[in-house]
Design a protein around this ligand. Structure first.
Ligand code: PEP
Ligand code: MG
Length: 586
């Protein structure tokens, strides 16, 4: 088998290799389950039983077809029955179970693949077409062996696999077995789609927007996922694999290279101090956030709390979750972003009518303002948890001052209720606004008067200002964080915030882009919130330059006319001022 290279969109850096697991087409994916010597007769008996059951099924179908159609049609199934009698296949399975001490479903699925491969390479057309018969019978036998459950869930993986899927939903990623998922490759999506964000948080490589990955990759194909170049290599040859092994070793050395600055401040050579915080999707990420030296959490995406359950979380559950994070991150602060449902994050608990344009529809603060019953449960819990650490609250998708005031009115109701009930909370809780809608960016001067801080959500800000669907792989090439239009909006937001004396952070993916970090520093950004694994790199970068140098970079970049020019210029400055960030010598 010669190697096949698929090109997609690099979504999360790193390199991984291993067998593929095709989500949604996993009929043949069966984990290699070891068995003991004593289990061998039992496994063989299960195999024989599955063969008998499948035979019965096929004969039943054959009878039905003979009655309803014709005996000629029914004869098609004779070929299926012959597969069940193939001594070579049966004996090979039994002998491997005995020799390798592996479960029958695993050995059978492996043998079946070999068997199908032999047939698909046969010259004779008639025989070649028997592959689909073999496939069909094979599936029946596997189904019988696995019981009703044809496939295994992402939470049940027992070995390390690369997930290949058309798309991954937030509930897929929230429920999957973290240690055993080593990379993602999807047909759809872009750099800021949910899959990309999740992969970065988990520190695993991902390539999205591959368009045809689920057609080209077969279950258990050996894959290399190169998240830096956006490549997926199917059945790589030995030389390619060897090169990637070397690459992977280099990456793991680079990963730890800035661990010595973990406890040092993110301060430029001439004394400008900024905060480098981390984004949190799932509570399991807390140890990584702490170990990478993040100064708190700049974005807690609370919607993950609502996933994979049939009911809505109660106030007590919210409270316990926020209290846990507040205490774990103390003495640093945690910014909890209130529920941002919609777009590519949807909830399963209630029927939300399908929007024609989900990103422009009933989303985030719009949903919360329309459902104060749901919103207030979360607000009360955040207020209650605020006495256990340093919490801050921020609203997503605010488009203008009215929405901020409406949200604050509900927050005030929650405060009043708690006061009446004698429940303590931090009365000075900072309430900030995510700036991710162009109208909010353009009215940031007004919002800054009534907000404690801003956090720029570039994932949405870019999609709304450049009119690019952030999850559509077809338009992904137009998604340009360095676009002059985007840079001007960012500058306007930072300036408006500073004019009112409030700090301005950024929690969109752009904040973790090492190529653009100096530019953002120079524009005056006060806080960067990003995937925890990138924290050391961005901190090192800040510590390698003067604020003066960064300001000069920002000034020059703002004078350029295309995103490409800005990007090239930023990369050049990075290479000149801090080559060690990318593992190069000074
Ligand atoms: C953003 O839009 O930049 C952001 C951080 O929020 P999310 O990606 O969750 O929409
Ligand atoms: Mg957003």
């Amino acid at each position: 088998m010669s190697e096949v290279i698929l090109k997609g969109i690099p979504a999360a850096s790193g390199v991984a290799f291993g067998p593929a697991y095709l989500l949604g087409k996993e009929d043949f994916i069966v984990p290699a389950r070891p068995i003991s010597e004593n289990d061998i007769p039992l496994e063989i008996a299960r195999f024989e039983e599955a063969l008998i059951q499948t035979r019965r099924e096929i004969i039943d179908i054959q009878k039905k077809i003979a009655q309803e159609m014709s005996s000629e049609h029914a004869q098609i199934f004779d070929a299926h029955l012959l597969v069940l009698e193939d001594r070579m296949l049966i004996e090979e399975v039994i002998s491997r179970i005995k020799k390798e001490h592996l479960s029958v479903e695993y050995v059978f699925s492996e043998e079946l693949k070999k068997y199908m491969n032999v047939f698909s390479n046969i010259e004779d057309e008639y025989l070649r077409e028997r592959v689909s018969d073999i496939n069909d019978v094979g599936k029946r036998i596997l189904k019988s062996l696995l019981g009703k459950k044809k496939s295994i869930g992402l939470d049940e993986l027992t070995e390390q696999l690369i997930i290949v899927a058309h798309d991954l939903s937030p509930s897929d990623t929230a429920s999957m077995h973290r240690q055993n998922v080593i990379a993602f490759a999807t047909d759809v999506g872009s750099r800021t789609s949910h899959t990309a964000i999740m992969a970065k948080s988990l520190g695993i490589p991902a390539v999205v927007g591959l368009e045809e990955a689920t057609f080209k990759v077969k279950n258990r194909d050996f894959l290399i996922v190169d998240g830096r170049l956006g490549l997926v290599i199917i059945n790589p040859d030995e030389k390619t694999l060897e090169n990637y092994r070397i690459e992977q070793t280099k990456i793991s050395i680079l990963k730890d290279r800035f661990s010595n600055i973990k406890d040092l401040p993110a301060q430029t050579l001439d004394g400008r101090k900024v905060e480098i915080a981390a984004n949190l999707e799932l509570p399991e990420e807390i140890p990584s956030i702490i170990s990478h030296g993040a100064a708190g959490i700049g974005l807690y995406r609370s919607e993950y709390f609502y996933m994979n359950r049939v009911d809505l979380p109660s106030e007590e559950e919210h409270y316990q979750a926020y209290k846990f994070v507040a205490e774990a991150i103390h003495p640093y602060s945690v910014i909890i972003r209130t529920l941002d449902l919609g777009g590519d994050k949807f909830l399963s608990q209630f029927e939300v009518p399908k929007d024609m344009h989900p990103f422009l529809g009933w989303r985030a603060i719009r949903f919360c303002l329309a459902r104060p019953d749901i919103f207030k449960v979360q607000l009360r819990a955040i207020l209650r948890a605020s006495v256990h650490g340093k919490l801050k609250l921020m609203y997503p998708m605010i488009s203008g001052i009215e929405e901020l005031r409406q949200a604050n009115a509900i927050l005030n109701e929650a405060r009043e209720e708690l006061k009446r009930e004698g429940i303590p909370f931090d009365d000075n809780l900072d309430v900030g606004v995510m700036i991710e809608v162009p109208s909010a960016a353009m009215t940031a001067d007004l919002l800054a008067k009534e907000a404690a801080f801003f956090s720029i959500g570039t994932n949405d800000l870019i999609q709304y200002s450049l009119a690019i669907d952030r999850v559509n792989e077809k338009t992904a090439y137009l998604y340009e964080p360095a676009h002059p239009g985007v840079l001007r909006l960012i500058k306007a937001i930072i300036d408006a915030g500073h004019n009112q004396g409030i700090w301005v952070g950024m929690c969109g993916e752009m904040a973790g882009d090492v190529n653009l970090a100096l530019l953002l520093l120079g524009l005056g950004l006060d806080e960067f919130s990003l995937p925890s694994l990138v924290v050391p790199q961005i901190k090192q970068l800040v510590r390698s330059v003067t604020f003066r140098q960064a300001k000069d970079i920002a000034y020059t970049a703002l004078g350029l006319s295309t995103g490409k020019e800005v990007e090239e210029y930023s990369k050049l400055k990075l290479k000149e001022l801090a080559p060690e960030i990318n593992g190069e010598e000074r």
